[in-house]
Design a binder for this molecule. Structure first.
Ligand SMILES: NC(=O)c1ccc[n+]([C@@H]2O[C@H](COP(=O)([O-])OP(=O)(O)OC[C@H]3O[C@@H](n4cnc5c(N)ncnc54)[C@H](OP(=O)(O)O)[C@@H]3O)[C@@H](O)[C@H]2O)c1
Length: 256
C-alpha cells in the first residue's frame, strides 16, 4: 500500500512529499525517494522530528501505526490511517490523539464502498418491506467470512430500518430453513481465484428488484481514497473524522 500511495502522490499536484517513512534499520533510510522532484530534501526517514508536514498517510502495522499516531499528536500533524488488525478498539486508541490533531481512520478506503454504504442506508429505509440480501466475493486466500464490509453493509441496512442486526442477520442458511423471515438480511459468500473484492446488495419487492453492486479491481482504489481523505483533512481542526465526511465534501466522486 505504501508503494501504491507513493505512485499516486508522484503525479498528484495537490501534494508535495515531505518524506516516506520506513521501519528502523531499513536500508532505504536516508535514501532519496525515486522519481520525485519535489522542492527540498525528499528522503525516506525513520526520524521524523522537526519534519514540516501537514498530513501523514499510514498503511503499515498496528505497532507502527500507533507510533505514528503518537508522533502526529505530539507534532500536530494530521493523520490518515488505513492500518487494520488492532487488538484494541480503534476508537479508544484514536480518542486521545484526536484531542491534539485531526485523525481519519478507515478500514476500507474505497470511495465507492463509502458511497455504497450511504446508498444502502437510503434504500433500506425507503423500501422497508422489501427483502434485502447481501452477497460478497473475495480471493481464495481470504480467511474470514462474511467480509467486514459485507457485515458493515448489513449493519447499516438494519440500523436504517430500526432493526437489531444481531437478531435479523441470517449469516448461514442450510437444510430445511422454512420460508424467509420478513425483515431478515441474508448473506452469501464466494471465495475464488484472485477476486479483489465484490459486494452486492439486493432489494427485492413484488415484481421488481434493485441491485447495488461494487467491484474492486485494484488495490489502487484504497490509495486513491486515502489521498482524497488527506487532501480533505489538510487544514482541519483537531478531532476524529470519517471517510463519509470526505464524500459529503466532494463535488464529484472522481478523485484524481
Ligand atoms: N483501509 C484500507 O482500505 C486498506 C487497504 C489495504 C490494506 N489495508 C491495511 O493496511 C496495512 C498495510 O497493508 P499492506 O498490504 O501494505 O501490508 P504490507 O505489504 O505488509 O506493508 C506494511 C508496510 O509497513 C512497513 N512498516 C512496518 N513497520 C514499520 C515501522 N515501524 N515504520 C515504518 N514502516 C513500517 C513495512 O516495512 P517493511 O517492508 O520494511 O517490512 C511494510 O512496507 C494493513 O494493516 C492492511 O490490512 C487497509
Amino acid at each position: 500500500m505504501g508503494r501504491s500511495v507513493l505512485d499516486l502522490l508522484r503525479s498528484d499536484t495537490r501534494f508535495v512529499i515531505a518524506a516516506a517513512v520506513v521501519r528502523p534499520g531499513s536500508k532505504l533510510d536516508g535514501q532519496p525517494v525515486d522519481g520525485v522532484s519535489a522542492p527540498g530534501a525528499v528522503l525516506y526517514s525513520t526520524i521524523l522530528d522537526g519534519l514540516d508536514a501537514d498530513v501523514l498517510i499510514d498503511f503499515s502495522t498496528p505497532q507502527a501505526a500507533l507510533q505514528a499516531l503518537q508522533w502526529c499528536a505530539s507534532q500536530q500533524v494530521r493523520m490518515v490511517s488505513g492500518t487494520t488488525g488492532f487488538d484494541q478498539q480503534i476508537p479508544e486508541v484514536i480518542g486521545q490523539a484526536c484531542q491534539s490533531t485531526a485523525v481519519l481512520h478507515s478500514a476500507n478506503f474505497s470511495l465507492g464502498v463509502a458511497l455504497l454504504m450511504r446508498l444502502v442506508r437510503e434504500a433500506a429505509a425507503a423500501l422497508p418491506e422489501w427483502d434485502l440480501e447481501i452477497a460478497e466475493a473475495h480471493h481464495a486466500r481470504k480467511e474470514d467470512a462474511p467480509s467486514g464490509t459485507a457485515l458493515a453493509l448489513g449493519r447499516a441496512a438494519a440500523t436504517a430500518r430500526g432493526h437489531d442486526f444481531k437478531r435479523c442477520a441470517d449469516l448461514v442458511r442450510q437444510g430445511h430453513t422454512g420460508p424467509r423471515q420478513p425483515g431478515h438480511i441474508g448473506f452469501a459468500v464466494t471465495r475464488a481465484g484472485d477476486i479483489v473484492g465484490e459486494h452486492s446488495v439486493l432489494l427485492a419487492g413484488c415484481g421488481e428488484r434493485l441491485e447495488l453492486i461494487h467491484r474492486a479491481d485494484s488495490r489502487k482504489i484504497f490509495a486513491r481514497g486515502a489521498l482524497a481523505a488527506a487532501a480533505w483533512l489538510s487544514g482541519r481542526e483537531p478531532g476524529r473524522y470519517q471517510l463519509e465526511q470526505v464524500l459529503q465534501g466532494m463535488d464529484s466522486l472522481q478523485s484524481r
